[in-house]
Every structure is written in structure tokens, then in C-alpha cells.
Design a protein around this ligand. Structure first.
Ligand code: GLA
Length: 405
């Protein structure tokens, strides 16, 4: 967002024009970039994202009846979409309203019952399907909006993240982990967030890295994760975990050092995993599980490296992460491999990898300070020459999480 205040003033005018009333609450929730730790968040592992300046605004006002009216200033052709608190169900032609209804539904399930209907306007600048969590930004903005409008004082920011994830899992049918919603709710200006998704314990780590910066590149290849390979990957990990647990239970392989059966693959160290790997006869299951375990290990090492200012090591781990997503987890795509190969071949690039769920979207690149212009020009031209697609570039500046504006 170039200028939050200006945009907000514009949206408040829009709200008046659309609904003939003043908005009584307005909030903003950011999208995110994950620096490293991909597909670890549903395996109880670590992730290391930061919130971006791009995000979603939600403006709202309570109504006197039970209607929910929703307007997106991104898809104006849809006009005002209407639903009701008495019909919080998913329909095929829901479009963006599925996320709105999903969060209101998830909040209600958790005991935060909206007493009246509402008129909502949303607008966001996180490109859809880019791997920068446009849907989490929308969900978290709605969570914070209803918290504000209905004075749900007991609803904490982590809880908003959990409700948003529930909406995504159980209303939208996408079995995502907690990373995107959590960072959108809990981001901190100038910091990345090291989150243990098994315990939800977290630590904000300052991202003042001298001599280097993060740049995001959109491959402009769109992915659709719902009902697709994402859920398959999650199932494969669950199967691998089940086989390992069974073998531990009946003594075929040693228990981990903790003495407890692992609740997620990422509780295993690489050494424990290698000792257990024999039970994963299926090569696909082995590869998926290996990615999760080693990616988790890389994430811990990467966060540690960054806190010592070791950008060289961080970049190296980013490259390894991409190779693992490409070869073991198989969630990359041709254009993304081209994009990261081009970047990784530059001597001023410390590391480049795909970020987010996969199958296209964005790469995140750690580059030496002062090379952003050259990076845009060279990577842009080479990528277009090889794929015919024109990439988009965004600054990876860590920003504050969801907030009232
Ligand atoms: C998507 C999901 C997240 C996470 C990433 C992969 O963004 O929403 O929960 O699993 O993919 O790291």
C-alpha cells in the first residue's frame, strides 16, 4: 500500500456511495511473504514469514436486521452481494463472499456470535493466486472487523488467525496450515516471525540485515490450490507420519529422543528421520516426508543465521529449500524453476526460492543492497525471453500485522 491514509479516505467515500451510510469500523490485514519453511506448517514445523505492506481493507457497519451485504471494490462488476446470518453456507457462486461468510461462521462456532447483520466493503492489493496470501489477508481483515464492530474483546489476534484458518479449512475446503493467517494477524514492523506451528510459540526476529534486502518476483503463473495438489501433499505427509508412528509403536524403529510419538513429521530431526526412513517404502511418501523434515531443519538454521547477520548462509538455505520443493515435494513449476535459476545465477543474489503453496506465484530473493534495479532489469528481461511472461516486482518490506485504521 503506497499510502494507507489516502486509500482509506477513498474507500470511506466509496462506502458512503455504495451503502448511503458511514462505515463505523475500518481495518487492514496484510498479505505475507514466507522467507523459508514451506509446507512445514501442517507438519508441526517452523515457518519464517513476514507481513507485507500489501493487504486488504475491510470497512463495515452493523445493520438493524440479519442481512450481510458485501461489496468488493476489486470486483465491482459483482455489485453488492447479499447473504444472511441465517444462511452461513458455502455456494458455488460465492466468489469472495465465501471468505467473509466463512469467518463469520467460524467465529460463531467459537462462541463469537454476531448479533446483527452488516454492510461490508473490502478492497485489497495482494494479487490473487500469487502465493502472497490474499485469502488470509481477507479472512483476517473480516475477523478483526467483526471483533471491532461487535466488541468481541476476548477475541485475541492469534484467535483471529485460528478462526480464519478454520474458515479456509472447513468452509472453503482448503486444508491449509496456520502460517498465512498467523502472520497476517501477528506481523511486526521490521521483523520476521519465527513460528513453531506445533505449539504456536513465536518469536519476532529483526530483519535489519545490513548489506542485503528481500525482493519478491511474481512469475505471473496463477495457481489454484483448492481441492488440488495441496490437499494431496497434506494427505501424503499424514500417511508417512502414520507409518512412522506405527513402526515406533511396535518397536520396529526407535522412538525419537523426546521419548514421545511425533505429532507431526517436523518433530523428527533429520537423523531420526533417516533412521525411520526404511518404513517408507513408497518413494513418493519418502520424498514428501524428507522435504518436510529437512525444510524444518533449514528454517531453524536460517532464522539463527539471520539473527547473526549471516546472509550468505541464509541465501544458501533458500536455494536448498527451492531445490527440495522442486525435486522432493514437487510443488514448483517450469516457469518458477526458470525464474529462480535466473536469479540464483547472479552473483549479487544470495538466494532465491519459491514462496507459498506453490505451482506458480512468487519467488522471494535475497539480494545484495544496491542491486535492486539491476535485478529487476536483468531478471525481468531474461524471464520474459525464456517464458514470454512479464514478471512483476514487489519490495519485501516487513510490516505490522492486522490493525484498525
Ligand atoms: C499455503 C498455505 C500455508 C502453507 C503454505 C506452504 O500458503 O496456506 O498454510 O502450507 O502454503 O508453506
Amino acid at each position: 500500500m503506497e499510502n494507507i491514509r489516502e486509500k482509506l479516505a477513498e474507500l470511506k467515500n466509496k462506502y458512503r456511495e455504495i451503502y448511503g451510510n458511514e462505515a463505523e469500523a475500518s481495518v487492514f490485514a496484510p498479505g505475507r511473504v514466507n522467507l523459508i519453511g514451506e509446507h512445514t506448517d501442517y507438519n508441526g514445523g517452523y515457518v519464517f514469514p513476514c507481513a507485507l505492506s500489501y493487504g486488504t481493507f475491510a470497512l463495515g457497519r452493523k445493520r438493524g436486521d440479519r442481512k450481510i451485504r458485501m461489496y468488493s471494490d476489486n470486483v465491482t462488476r459483482l455489485g453488492i452481494m447479499e447473504s444472511s446470518l441465517d444462511d452461513l453456507k458455502a455456494y458455488e457462486n460465492d466468489h469472495f463472499t465465501g471468505y467473509v461468510k466463512g469467518v463469520i461462521w467460524a467465529a460463531e462456532e467459537a462462541g463469537f456470535v454476531c448479533s446483527t447483520g452488516m454492510d461490508i466493503l473490502i478492497w485489497g492489493d495482494v494479487p490473487n493466486g500469487s502465493g502472497l496470501s490474499s485469502s488470509a489477508a481477507l479472512e483476517v481483515s473480516i475477523g478483526l472487523l467483526i471483533k471491532t464492530m461487535f466488541s468481541f474483546d476476548a477475541m485475541t489476534q492469534p484467535q483471529i488467525a485460528l478462526l480464519s484458518q478454520k474458515a479456509e479449512n472447513d468452509f472453503m475446503g482448503m486444508q491449509c496450515g496456520i502460517m498465512d493467517q498467523f502472520i497476517s494477524a501477528m506481523g511486526k514492523d521490521g521483523h520476521a516471525l519465527l513460528l513453531n506451528t506445533g505449539t504456536l510459540q513465536y518469536q519476532h526476529i529483526p530483519l535489519e540485515i545490513s548489506g542485503a534486502e528481500f525482493v519478491i518476483v511474481n512469475s505471473c503463473v496463477k495457481h489454484s490450490l483448492v481441492g488440488s495438489a495441496y490437499n494431496d501433499r497434506r494427505n501424503e505427509c499424514e500417511t508417512a507420519l502414520r507409518l512412522i508412528r506405527e513402526a515406533m509403536q511396535d518397536g520396529r524403529i526407535a522412538m525419537p529422543a523426546s521419548g514421545k510419538l511425533p505429532e507431526g513429521l517436523c518433530e523428527l530431526t533429520p537423523a531420526e528421520f533417516e533412521a525411520a526412513a526404511g518404513v517408507l517404502q513408497d518413494q513418493i511418501l519418502y520424498a514428501r516426508a524428507k522435504h518436510a523434515v529437512y525444510e524444518n531443519d533449514r528454517t531453524i538454521r536460517a532464522a539463527e543465521a539471520l539473527s547473526h547477520g549471516d546472509t550468505e548462509l541464509f541465501g544458501k538455505l533458500m536455494r536448498e529449500s527451492h531445490a527440495s520443493m522442486r525435486d522432493l515435494y514437487e510443488v514448483s513449476c517450469e516457469e518458477m524453476d526458470i525464474l529462480t535459476d535466473i536469479a540464483n545465477a547472479k552473483d549479487y543474489v544470495l538466494g532465491a526460492r519459491m514462496t507459498g503453496g506453490g505451482f506458480g506465484g512468487c519467488s522471494v530473493n535475497l539480494i545484495r543492497k544496491g542491486y535492486a534495479e539491476q535485478f529487476r532489469k536483468e531478471v525481468g528481461e531474461e524471464y520474459t525471453a525464456k517464458t514470454g511472461k512479464k514478471p512483476l516486482f514487489y519490495a519485501g518490506i516487513p510490516c505490522e500485522g492486522a490493525r484498525r485504521v
